[in-house]
Design a binder for this molecule. Structure first.
Ligand SMILES: NC(=O)c1ccc[n+]([C@@H]2O[C@H](COP(=O)([O-])OP(=O)(O)OC[C@H]3O[C@@H](n4cnc5c(N)ncnc54)[C@H](O)[C@@H]3O)[C@@H](O)[C@H]2O)c1
Length: 272
């Protein structure tokens, strides 16, 4: 009701509660369902529980359609995307996770504030795990096609020394701060999903840092993590293999190892 009462102010759209049967002719199914950590429950128990929930939901959806692209949002999103990719067995790219799309937006916001420019004029990516081991691709951060260093020089700001660690920390810890302050994150993640859905439904072929299988790229193990990828109507069309610094590749490997260990723990339960 609350959303429907706002329809006067936006382009026509139908908002309704539905059930699994509504998935029959869906172009996209977004999965955000999951259990919250119960008192006394370990992180591993929670992941295993959510893996079972995701498999149950996928069985219901796939019994009705195998045509929809499936977008995973439930956390830990990279581990559960891996579970979903395996369980669904759909064509490559048709199951992926929202990954670090939100983290990249947080990074762009932080840089836009630091350099006083529109966040849409900042190109910068957070890759790897959507979580503590994520990394910023500083070697590819640009403002209007200009490296951060050149941008600083051109505006007479000798800072070239952006406080990278402070910005990384701000981006990495944002979710904790929002959750601590108001219980959950809702607005930015919804806008991030709106962006993902727009590129899927309109075949916009935007480059977004979504979570998808990356086994083999940069010598990474069989995990789902985020890298810049072209997203179109069929899902992830291709993952870009950027020319990364050795330190960035090392960071990516560390992030992949964290995820591989988490996946192994879930698989030991027979949940993946
Ligand atoms: N990937 C990201 O960038 C990102 C950002 C924000 C939130 N999240 C994640 O999205 C998820 C949802 O967040 P939220 O704040 O809406 O949490 P929430 O706890 O408010 O909502 C989860 C919902 O899932 C439902 N659910 C549980 N088991 C189910 C099942 N078997 N079938 C159907 N529904 C079931 C619960 O009833 C609840 O309504 C969480 O896992 C959160 O961590 C991800």
């Amino acid at each position: 009701m609350d959303m429907n009462h706002g329809l006067f102010f936006v382009p026509p759209v139908v908002v309704q509660a539905g059930g699994y049967d509504d998935c029959r002719d869906a172009a996209v199914v977004v999965i955000t369902a999951g259990a919250k950590q119960a008192p006394g429950q370990t992180r591993l128990e929670l992941v295993r529980r959510n893996a079972r929930i995701i498999r149950g939901i996928l069985d219901e959806v796939l019994a009705r359609t195998r045509e929809a692209v499936i977008v995973m949002v439930t956390n830990p999103v990279d581990v559960l995307t891996h579970v979903a990719v395996r369980h669904a067995g759909l064509a490559s790219g048709r199951v992926f996770g929202s990954g670090t799309v939100l983290d990249s937006a947080r990074l762009r916001f932080a840089l836009s504030r630091r350099f006083v420019v529109d966040p849409r004029s900042v190109h910068a990516y957070v890759v790897g795990e959507h979580g503590d081991s994520e990394i910023v691709l500083w070697s590819h951060a640009q403002i209007g096609g200009t490296s951060l260093k050149a941008f600083c020089a051109s505006c007479g700001d000798p800072l070239a020394a952006v406080d990278r660690e402070a910005i990384e920390k701000e981006v990495r810890d944002s979710a904790y701060h929002v959750i601590e302050s108001k219980g959950a994150t809702y607005y930015a993640v919804s806008l991030a999903l709106e962006r993902i859905l727009a590129t899927l439904l309109r075949d916009e072929r935007s480059v977004l840092t979504v979570s998808a299988p990356v086994g083999g790229l940069y010598g990474l193990p069989d995990v789902c993590l985020s890298l810049p990828a072209v997203i179109g109507r069929g899902g992830v069309d291709r993952i870009l293999k950027a020319d990364l610094d050795p330190g960035e590749i090392e960071g990516l490997r560390r992030s992949a190892d964290v995820l591989r260990r988490a996946i192994d723990e879930v698989e030991a339960d027979g949940s993946a």
